[in-house]
Structures are given as structure tokens and as C-alpha cells.
Design a protein. Structure first.
Length: 365
């Protein structure tokens, strides 16, 4: 049995106790992701360096905190509101005045709906995620190093969508993994975690700073990972669920993926969806069996039409021995798809040339 989303840890634990093989979290892993402060304290407890942060339930207290501790901050919603990506705000001003202005605006617009939020010190560096599968007792090699592209437009402009595309590679050894997830191995074993865990980090010449956990499949991460996994993924997950020690069979090189979306993505607006996107047809210029991952589509008389209401149509992936080669494969596949009014990021993977130089110089690759 597979639980592919957060919040089912208790049910997954009960099924394991009943002798079932389960891919999914546990109550501990749910809390790691849903409670940002708990996640940070668990990192700290396991001697993993974290950025200074403070949790608030009062806008005024947060404003006074920034006034007394001028710095650049990242404002992060916690609890049930953390999926509202529009509330995440990355400050740019060194004195935190932009954060103060945002807090005052949130108080007027969101009010008590934003019950808990966190202010975390902002540092500059490379944003990178470290991910791995865990079989209940240990991590399974290889590990996955991921670079997410979250904003709607190229060059990280526009609203945060959660994800517009991702580049990644698999590795047998990683200083990033050793400094973060590896130190949580005993905790995960103690809580009988079985599944996939990811920690998003900012790294620079001064250190590695974990920001937040994803204790489930990441999307579109799992689709792009699958493009690099050479064994049947169902069998791979079965081996993990049964606690086997093995190595995942993966391609060498890089994997990359981008979403093809239509209006109103990343927003939800029924009228806009019905006007521009509902039942829009998806056409392939040439037959394509690899690198195409269906999202909100339906099949009518052998043709794919867009359904749902979010505007997420397809995830297109590519692989290659170099990042440039993987990019070329992915964008060639995207150009093979015809969807009226579709849009996508044209720069997924471009950061790699600069980010990799920095990571090598800092000793993290």
C-alpha cells in the first residue's frame, strides 16, 4: 500500500503494525513537514546547523521582533496554511522593513486565518534539496540531489507555484547528505519511517542550512526520479516497503523536468479555466512514449483533453549524461506537444552551470 501525501502517518503506522507492507510516513514524519518549528528543533537536536528562526501567533509581536532585530527575513506560514504559497515572502531589505510592511498587510487581509507563522533569517547561497528513500531501518543508495524552480516565470520572477520544473542527479556519496539526512537516520529508524524524505537547504561557503522537510513523494520530483530509475518502480517500492537492503538501479548523468500548464495555473479560477482551458485537446506531433507524465487529463475517444480545474496538464522529462543534453531532450519533447494557451519555464536547468561551480568550490559535490 502506498500513501503519496502527507497527513496519513497514523494510518500507515496502523497498517504496518497489522503486518502490511506500506510506503508512507508516520506521525513523526508528518510532524516534521507540517510543523516547521518542530522540524527545525529536530535538526538542532541532531546537531545539524540551522538558521535562527522564531515562531509567532501575533502580527504585532512579529513586527516588534523585526524592529528590535533588523535583518533580512523569510516569512513562512506554518500549519494548515503552509500550502498557501502566496503567503511565503522572501525579504530583500537588510533592515526587514519589507517584512514589516507585508506583516501589516497580512493582518488586514488574512487576519486570524494565518494562525501561526515563522520568521527565519535569510542567507544567500545555492538552493538545493537532498532526498533519499528509507526502508524502515536505513537509507537506500543512491541519494538524490535536486534543484527546484518554483517561480512561474524564467529567472525566478512572478508568483511561487510550488514547482514549475526541477533538475537532479543521483549519487552514491554526498557531503550534503552526510551533513543533513544521515544524521536523522536513527530517529527515522526509531519511528519506523518507510518512504521518501527530502530536506530543502540553502548552502554557501559558511555551511549547509536545512530549511524544511518533505516527508513523502515530492511533485514533480517523483516523476523526474522515475525517468532516471532503470528498474520497475513498483518492484523498487516493494523492496523498500519490505525492508530489503539493496541499491536502486539508476541512469548516470542528469534528469530534468518541466510542467506544461494552462490558465488559470497557478491560481484556481473556475471561470477562467472554463473559458480558456476546459476540454482543450493535447496533441503529439509524433508518437512519444518516454518523458511524458499525465497530470489533469482525460481520454475521450482516444484523444487527451484537459480536465480538473488547476490547469496542470503535463510534466515532460528528459535525461542525459550532461545537464545540457538532458535539457535538449526535454525541450525537444515539449516542442512535440501542442496545447492551446499552454506555457512553461524555458530555463529549467540553466542555473546548473553556476550552481555546480559554487558547490564544487565549497566542497559539497
Amino acid at each position: 500500500m502506498i500513501f503519496d501525501y502527507i497527513g496519513w502517518g497514523k494510518e500507515a503506522e496502523e497498517l504496518r503494525h497489522a503486518g502490511k507492507h506500506v510506503i508512507g510516513g508516520c506521525e513523526y514524519s508528518d510532524k516534521l513537514e507540517l510543523d516547521r518549528s518542530f522540524g527545525q528543533e529536530e535538526l538542532k537536536k541532531n546537531k545539524i546547523k540551522i538558521l535562527n528562526y522564531k515562531e509567532f501567533t501575533s502580527y504585532q509581536e512579529a513586527i516588534e521582533y523585526v524592529q528590535n532585530n533588523p535583518h533580512s527575513y523569510v516569512l513562512k506560514p506554518s500549519g494548515k496554511m503552509q500550502d498557501y504559497k502566496q503567503l511565503l515572502f522572501v525579504g530583500k531589505e537588510d533592515d526587514g522593513n519589507d517584512i514589516i510592511r507585508v506583516l501589516k498587510a497580512y493582518e488586514k487581509t488574512w487576519g486570524s486565518d494565518l494562525e501561526v507563522f515563522q520568521l527565519q533569517r535569510k542567507v544567500n547561497g545555492v538552493e538545493v534539496s537532498v532526498a533519499a528513500f528509507f526502508n524502515g531501518t536505513q537509507f537506500i543508495k543512491p541519494y538524490n540531489i535536486t534543484f527546484e524552480h518554483k517561480k512561474l516565470f524564467p529567472k525566478e520572477l512572478g508568483v511561487s507555484t510550488g514547482e514549475m520544473g526541477t533538475s537532479m542527479f543521483w549519487t552514491e556519496e554526498s557531503p550534503l547528505f552526510n551533513a543533513t539526512l544521515l544524521k536523522l537516520e536513527n530517529e527515522l529508524k526509531k519511528h519506523h519511517f518507510v518512504g521518501h524524505i527530502d530536506v530543502n537547504c540553502i548552502v554557501n561557503g559558511n555551511g549547509i542550512y536545512p530549511l524544511e522537510f518533505t516527508t513523502r513523494f515530492g511533485y514533480p520530483q517523483i516523476f523526474i526520479q522515475q525517468a532516471g530509475i532503470t528498474e520497475p518502480i513498483g518492484m523498487m517500492l516493494y523492496k523498500i516497503a519490505t525492508g530489503l537492503e539493496f541499491k536502486i538501479q539508476v541512469k548516470k548523468g542528469f534528469q530534468i523536468g518541466a510542467y506544461m500548464v494552462v490558465p488559470p495555473f497557478p491560481f484556481q479560477d473556475k471561470k477562467s479555466f472554463e473559458m480558456f482551458s476546459k476540454d482543450a485537446i493535447v496533441i503529439l506531433r509524433k508518437p512519444m512514449k518516454e518523458g511524458i507524465h499525465i497530470q489533469d487529463l482525460k481520454n475521450i475517444n482516444g484523444e487527451w483533453l484537459i480536465t480538473g480545474d488547476t490547469g496542470a496538464a503535463l510534466l515532460i522529462s528528459g535525461t542525459g549524461t550532461t545537464m545540457k543534453e538532458a535539457q535538449k531532450v526535454m525541450y525537444n519533447r515539449i516542442n512535440n506537444v501542442l496545447i492551446n494557451s499552454s506555457y512553461y519555464r524555458t530555463d529549467i536547468g540553466d542555473r546548473w552551470s553556476e550552481d555546480s561551480d559554487k558547490l564544487w568550490a565549497w566542497g559539497y559535490l
